[in-house]
Structures are given as C-alpha cells and as structure tokens.
Design a protein. Sequence first.
Length: 192
Amino acid sequence: MRLVLLGAPGSGKGTQAARLKEHLQVPHVSTGDLLRAEVAAQSPLGLEAREVMARGELVSDAILLGMLEDRFSRPDTRGGFILDGYPRNLAQADAMGHLLDRIGQPMDHAVFLDVPTELLVERIAGRAQAEGRADDSPEAVRTRLKIYNDSTAPVVDYYRQHGQLKVVHGVGSLDDVFTRIVETIAPVPEVG
Ligand code: AP5
C-alpha cells in the first residue's frame, strides 16, 4: 500500500499515519518529522531549515526532494509507505510523480483529511500547550494556514482532477477517523 496523506496543519495526518503504520505494516514517512530530526541533530540541513520552519514557512523544494529520494532509497519502503507532509505544492506533486515512476512505486491513494479551519486552530492550540512545538505559535500557525490555502490546497484539486483523491471527514474521535480511512482505502470486494 502506497498512501499519501493530505490535509491542513492539525488535520490529524501524523496521528492517523502512526495508526495506519501498524495496521498496514508499512513505514510512516513524515517530511515534518524528518526535518525536525535534522533540526535536533543540528545538521547543516537542520540549521538551514530551523528558522524557516519556526516561521511556519515551507523549506525549499530542492531540500525536500533530496530528503525524500534519500528516504525512498532505503529498502524498508519497497513494500509500501504512508507519506505525510509531502507534496505541499504543485511543483512537489510533479517531482513526487516522477520520483515514484522512477522507483516503480506508483501511488495507490491520496487521502485528504477534511477538517474545518476553526477546529484546526483549536487542535493546534491544544498541542501548543502540551508539546510546545516552535511552529505552533499563533503567528506561525497563521502563516502555515495561509501557505496551506495558497500552495497546498491546489494539490488536493490536482489529485481530484487525476481521479486519485479520497476525501475523508476528519472530525470525530481518533478511532472514528481511522475507521473511515481504512474503509476508504480497502479494496472493493469482487462480486460473484
Ligand atoms: P509538518 O510536520 O508536516 O506539519 P503540518 O502539516 O503543519 O502538520 P501538523 O503536524 O501540525 O498536523 P497533522 O495534520 O500531522 O496533525 P496531528 O496528527 O499532528 O510540517 C512542519 C513544517 O515542516 C512545515 O511548516 C514546513 O516548514 C516543513 N515541511 C514539512 N514538509 C514540507 C514540505 N513537503 N515542503 C516544505 N516544507 C515542509 O494532529 C494535530 C493535533 O490534533 C494533535 O495534538 C492531535 O492529538 C490532535 N488531533 C488529531 N486528530 C484529532 C481528532 N480526530 N480529534 C481531536 N484531536 C485530534
């Protein structure tokens, strides 16, 4: 199963990807987590990305593509993956299409977690108190939501136009949302 999870900041991509990883037994590839690991390690890439991320802006397409190519070159992704946080603009969608073609791993589904903006803000505010992520400050959240609307929402339309989009209602308990995703991606049983 090769799955791409789409959704605004706070829509539950990371939360549901962690559950899907267990359910599908494929790795969870989160570009946000990969970047946060670089920041924590104070690598050159992390030092370059840190301020950009704290402001809630997007890290450069070139850095992201390099990171993704590196991650997909590892053998654990050969049996499938759940990709969370990428693509975030149309250029990344295009680059990912070429990358997956090149490694012979076509995407099965792009699952969009649909959550109203008021709830996104509420969820992120809750996490800001609990975890203190640098980009959960009110100002960075405003930037993240604006970038999402300007750059990432068109990616959702892109997959819709290509007939690959599955829309999942992302409001409800973690279990409810998980069940909806699993039902959405389950193969339709053959009749007869
Ligand atoms: P990234 O880590 O991808 O952050 P994000 O997209 O802003 O997403 P979040 O982690 O905030 O939300 P989520 O949808 O994963 O929700 P979560 O499950 O955590 O990216 C961070 C930064 O890295 C970017 O801003 C950018 O700078 C950089 N970056 C990453 N990818 C990039 C790319 N491709 N190109 C360029 N730059 C890139 O849930 C949120 C909260 O809600 C949690 O507290 C959770 O417990 C709660 N929650 C979840 N589901 C529910 C529910 N059903 N009910 C109640 N609460 C819920």
